[in-house]
Design a protein around this ligand. Structure first.
Ligand SMILES: Cc1ncc(COP(=O)(O)O)c(C=O)c1O
Length: 395
């Protein structure tokens, strides 16, 4: 099946003898399971026979969602988790199992991931070194010096939309015996498939494009064969699973991912071109820019004709107070802290995604006080432009 058909059908309609098959996967809330013999339960608990035994291990609704996302990302298996951050945590732990507890991470990643590395993992003696993932010689040097167990990057960086060469980074990581973990939240499996380019584990905040309607908090870890078993083993103990209701909503959301994302990308591209000519805008960051510093990586790894649905821009001479006032003037666009929803959302990194990143690190990341980020929704693009125009007018 092609991507547009997979998003509608994969994972659904699992066959069970003699039981009518619902056309979409139902929500199953049961935490334990009844078998017609204790011997069978014994075999299921001992993994000698397939089956569900306890909700912390697996659940039929999650199972269908996991199969769907595994197919979309071309992975071996998936784990649906209660948040994107718990997906990142489990992925990093799985990547470091049996390896040196040292991580080389892109210097341009989501603020909470920086907090996870610095505040949660460092006290457990995990060493973290940040480097520009788009500077391959610098990355190669750091990997050679550190000999990490894991390299962590985002497929499209937040909020400046840099695009590292996943294939080349996978080669460098593997040469050092490290696993490559890629956060593909901004990319979506429609735009790019990092596992095909050599990544070992892909994570998503499904809160964003996959669920897509602003009503689910969730994550997913998609792994190659060697890491999938480790991920599931860790999850059986820790229990970070997505709830069945959220799994159901996520599957429902993914069915329209192809339609939504194509429209969101079109809207983002039109907005980027329009903002580039706007008198109040100093600079626009968008992946379709022919002068984008990572144009070769974009050509290589993005699906043809799509450049992502996020753009960022700097407002001329704006300081924090005038940006807050600009946000208050928006009438349709939601000023908030997320992305990937059907509605257009504007985020101010300084007070949201990068609030807890030190000013020094923000400066190193290139995030200026006048930078805002837009996640394009599926509305009519003229309405989005009109709203931005009236809000920018008095900047
Ligand atoms: C790139 C990226 N990764 C991970 C996360 C964390 O996801 P969640 O909020 O679902 O835990 C976010 C949240 O904004 C994100 O933008």
């Amino acid at each position: 099946m092609k991507f547009e058909s997979q998003v509608v059908h994969a994972g659904d309609r699992k066959r069970k003898k003699g039981v009518p098959i619902p056309s979409t996967t139902p929500i199953q809330l049961g935490t334990t399971y009844f078998y017609d013999s204790a011997a069978k339960l014994d075999r299921v608990l001992g993994h000698e026979e397939e089956g569900f035994s306890y909700a912390r291990y697996a659940n039929p609704t999650n199972d269908a969602l996991e199969e769907l996302i595994t197919q979309l990302e071309h992975g071996h298996g998936s784990l649906a988790t209660a948040s994107g951050m718990s997906a990142v945590q489990i992925a990093l732990q799985a990547a470091l199992t049996d390896r040196p507890h040292s991580i080389v991470a892109s210097g341009s990643i989501y603020g909470a991931t920086v907090a996870l590395l610095d505040d949660v993992l460092c006290p457990f003696d995990v060493k973290v070194k940040y480097v520009d993932a788009c500077d391959l010689p610098a990355l190669e040097q750091v990997i050679r010096d550190r000999q990490p167990g894991c390299v962590f990057i985002e497929s499209i960086s937040n909020p400046l939309l840099r695009v590292p060469r996943i294939d080349k980074i996978a080669e460098l990581a593997h040469a050092a015996g490290a696993a490559l973990v890629v956060d593909n939240t901004f990319g979506t499996p429609m735009l790019m498939k990092p596992l095909e380019q050599g990544a070992n584990i892909v994570v998503h905040s499904v809160t964003k494009y996959l669920a897509g309607h602003g009503d689910v908090l969730g994550g997913v870890v998609v792994s190659d064969e060697p890491h999938h078993e480790t991920v599931r083993r860790l999850a059986r103990v820790v229990g970070p699973l997505l709830g069945p209701f959220e799994s159901y909503l996520t599957m429902r959301g993914i069915k329209t991912l192809a339609l939504r994302f194509e429209r969101q990308c079109q809207n983002a591209q039109e907005l980027a071109e329009w903002l580039g000519k706007h008198a109040c805008v100093e600079r626009v960051y968008y992946c379709a820019d022919p002068n984008h510093p990572d144009a070769p990586a974009i050509r290589e790894s993005f699906a043809p004709g799509l450049f992502g649905a996020i753009l960022s821009f700097e407002i001329k001479d704006a300081k924090k107070q005038s940006i807050l006032e600009f946000m208050d003037r928006l009438r349709m666009i939601v000023p908030g802290t997320s992305l990937g929803d059907v509605h257009t959302l504007l985020l101010y990194p300084l007070i949201a995604s990068h609030r807890n990143v030190s000013p020094k690190m923000r400066e190193r990341m290139g995030i200026r006080e006048n930078l805002v980020r837009i996640a394009a929704g599926i509305e009519n693009v003229e309405d989005i432009q009109a709203d931005l125009d009236q809000a920018l007018h008095s900047c």
